[in-house]
Design a binder for this molecule. Structure first.
Ligand code: XMP
Length: 187
């Protein structure tokens, strides 16, 4: 596997590439155990969960269908605007289906709560939530994920699909940027 040098904008790597791969393998086993042979409709929240979803999906043992939605709450800043918008919804019928909502990070919980409430209106057979990262100290609404990769402290993180102003998604690890980058960078 190619070695990546530490990006010069990175202050600290919070979760290494190896730990992420190990945990995603474990998560896929936990999810597989939960659903057995039932077909699961994965709904992923773009763009941040793309990389996580790609790796998880390949490892899931049960039959799956895949759909995605586009939601926004952050814009180009590191604090949530508090206003969540679903810019493009799912396409597949969800009634009577086992739905697994997959996202990159559970922060205040507003985004996933809004999406979860909308999906519940479709009367799925079940609805569970899987996130790579959870910042429990930031929660503002009553929402817990059923499957969690890692709990992390209240830091704005990038890498493995997560961005700051659409940059750094390609870093293979989860990292915190140098404070001056968060201050300086234009969108
Ligand atoms: P809420 O607050 O609704 O936020 O749970 C969920 C969405 O906010 C984004 N988010 C982050 N993105 N680094 C990021 O790159 C972070 O540390 C971070 N915290 C929240 C993300 O899009 C998530 O889906």
């Amino acid at each position: 596997m190619a070695k990546h040098r530490l990006h010069s904008d990175v202050e600290r790597v919070l979760i290494t590439e190896a730990r992420i791969h190990r945990r995603v393998r474990q998560l896929s086993r936990e999810i597989g155990k939960c659903y057995g042979n039932d077909e699961v409709t994965l709904i992923t929240v773009l763009n941040g969960s793309m990389v996580f979803l790609g790796e998880l999906l390949q490892r899931l043992p049960m039959p799956t269908r895949l759909d995605s939605i586009v939601a926004h709450s952050y814009g180009t800043h590191t604090t949530s605007s508090g206003r969540v918008r679903i810019r493009r919804g799912w396409q597949l019928p969800l009634k009577g289906r086992h739905v697994l909502l997959v996202d990159d990070i559970l922060d205040t919980g507003r985004t996933l709560k809004l999406i979860r409430d909308r999906i519940l209106r479709e009367r799925p057979a079940s609805l569970r939530v899987c996130v790579l990262l959870d910042k429990p100290t930031r929660r503002e609404v009553d929402l817990q994920a059923d499957f969690i990769g890692f709990q992390i402290p209240d830091k704005f993180v990038v890498g493995y699909g997560l961005d700051f102003a659409e940059r750094y998604r390609n870093l293979p690890y989860i990292a915190v940027l140098k404070p001056q980058i968060y201050r300086q960078r234009s969108p």
